[in-house]
Design a protein around this ligand. Structure first.
Ligand code: G3I
Length: 369
């Protein structure tokens, strides 16, 4: 009978165990720790760590967080002379406890405004609102929140300024005022302009003009947030790369702040479809109610891999990549633009399991090793 050298047996076993545990230990944030931050958007339940499984996945995989909703003006400034910081305090505390990069979303946005803000009719009142709103919130978290979306979605898709209540009352100066007020309240925090589709040529030109205007007027703008609500086939890698280069050439950081990839058809994809017609309950618009076919899983994995390959190529220009949600089940894309669908836009599925997309993002780093 052949005897096994006990010493060799112990060493080999230890080595195999440590390799396996190392492999299990590898996470998105660890794999990309020398490249850029890997973040996620937290809903209220996750901020309060109500679900232990979600909480442990968040802490394992991500080193940056964004509050998906609770820091928006309707929640944090519900009445003119009343702020509600209960949840945002918990959000910042969660980030500090877990040593995460904490991003503030968002100070000035035309959507999810508190109803009283919609009624602001003149420039004097709007100036007073912006000064109070931005100064109060940014000062409260001075030195604790690491970056802010100062202004969110100020542009139309053609690159012109959106006719928001801010523009109507103050003109385009509101943009400069917002960044100056935020910098005055916390000179150290990174200040971002955040928007969707600003990787598309016309809107990108509008965003570049806006950023140049803010800088020329002495406003402090440290970065641009390209939201990244993308599709399997678009935008092209070339267009995304052109955007990284053109924004970076302004001397600012580039972040991808709300990354998700829808795998479902949308009304406007249907040639000649009347986008106002009701699509809810239309099986053609919700093709994978129970499970995503392997062929689409593969397409999603390949799409994420090509996008992250580009991010790695330009890691010197990119500060952060944030997924817009921890897992598929919580994604806003299950209910937009059509309510009650099942979408699969993120690297973790509804059961918090890794998807092929997760593996494909990690594999890019393993190849580098
Ligand atoms: O808070 C209410 C709750 O009381 C009520 O019971 C529930 C059911 O109606 O609605 C809750 O409010 C919802 C809110 O999310 C919080 O869950 C709103 O209806 C819903 O419209 C809102 O959607 C959010 C959306 O912004 C609002 O525009 C999405 O979760 C959020 O992912 C999405 O995020 C935005 C970014 O902030 C900016 N960029 C675009 C991105 C996608 O729209």
């Amino acid at each position: 009978m052949k005897f096994i050298n006990p010493y060799l047996f112990i060493v080999t076993t230890f080595f195999l165990v440590s390799c396996t545990s190392q492999k299990e230990k590898l996470s998105l944030k660890d794999a990309y720790k020398n490249d850029f931050l890997i973040g996620t958007a937290l809903n209220a339940g996750q901020i309060e760590a109500k679900n232990a499984k979600e909480d442990s996945l968040i802490k394992k995989e991500f080193n940056a967080i964004t509050a998906e909703n609770i820091m928006k003006s309707m929640y944090v400034h519900p009445q003119k002379d009343q702020y509600d910081f209960a949840l945002s305090d918990k959000y910042v505390a969660y980030g500090e406890k877990n040593k995460m990069f904490i991003h503030g979303h968002t100070l000035i946005w035309h959507s999810q405004l508190a109803p009283w803000m919609e009624k602001i009719a003149d420039s004097t009142e709007m100036k007073a609102f912006m000064k109070d709103h931005i100064t109060t919130i940014v000062s409260k978290y001075k030195g604790r929140i690491n970056s802010w979306d100062v202004v969110n979605e100020a542009l139309n898709d053609d690159g012109t300024l959106r006719q928001s209540v801010f523009l109507k009352t103050l003109g385009e100066k509101y943009l400069i005022d917002a960044f100056k007020l935020a910098a005055k309240a916390d000179p150290k925090v990174d200040l971002y302009y955040n928007d969707y589709n600003i990787e598309e040529p016309a809107k990108r030109a509008g965003a570049i003009a806006l950023i140049k205007k803010i800088k020329a007027a002495g406003g402090k703008i440290d970065g641009v947030g390209i939201q990244g609500h993308w599709r399997l086939e678009s935008p092209s890698i070339e267009e995304i790369e052109k955007s990284i280069l053109e924004y970076s050439a302004l001397g600012i950081k580039v972040a991808f702040t709300e990354l998700d990839i829808t795998v479902l058809p949308n009304p406007w994809d249907l040639k000649g479809a009347d986008v106002n017609q009701k699509f809810e309950g239309n099986a053609k618009m919700n093709p994978y109610p129970e499970k995503l076919p392997d062929s689409i899983q593969t397409k999603l994995a390949e799409r994420y891999a090509s996008i992250f390959k580009l991010f790695l190529k330009h890691k010197d220009k990119i500060s952060r990549i944030t997924f817009w949600g921890v897992y598929d089940g919580q994604s806003w894309l299950n209910d937009w633009p059509i309510k009650g669908r099942t979408n699969y836009p993120l690297p973790f599925d509804k059961d918090l399991k890794h998807k092929p997309a997760y593996e494909s993002i990690l594999k890019l780093k393993k190849k580098e090793e």
